[in-house]
Write a protein of this length. Sequence first.
Length: 144
Amino acid sequence: MKDKSKELTASVILVNDKLHFSGNVAGNEPVSIDYTPPLGDNLGYTSLELLLLSLTSCMGSAILTFLRKMGKTILACEIHADGTRKQEHPTGFSKITVNIMVKSPDVTDSDMLKVIKLSEDTYCPVWSMIKGNVEVDTKFTIDK
C-alpha cells in the first residue's frame, strides 16, 4: 500500500471535444475541470481556480491545526483568495491576496501572525510551491 503522504497520483480524462476533463485522485469524488469559451464550455473549475482552492484549504488546515494546538476555540473560519493574472503568457498569477476570517473568543492578532508565518514558512506545501513565483499577500480579521 502506498504512503499517501509521500506519493499522490491524479488523473484527468477528456469528457468532450473541447477542454472539459473529469479529474480524480483515487478514493475521492471526481472534479469537473474546464476552460472558458470558446476553447471550453465553462463546465467546471479552471486549473487556476483549483490552485486557489488548494492554497486556501492548505493554509486553512495549517492555521486551524496550530490554533487548536494552542488551545484556541474556533467557532468559524473562512478563507477567500483573489488571484491577479499576468497579461503575458503564461498567464498565471502574479499576485494572490488571501483574506482569512476566524471567529473565536480567544484568538489574538499575535496568534494569527504566528500561525500564518508557520503556514507560509513550514507547513503549507502548496504555499511553498508557489513561493518565489507568486506574491502572496495575507490579511486576517478576528470576529470575537
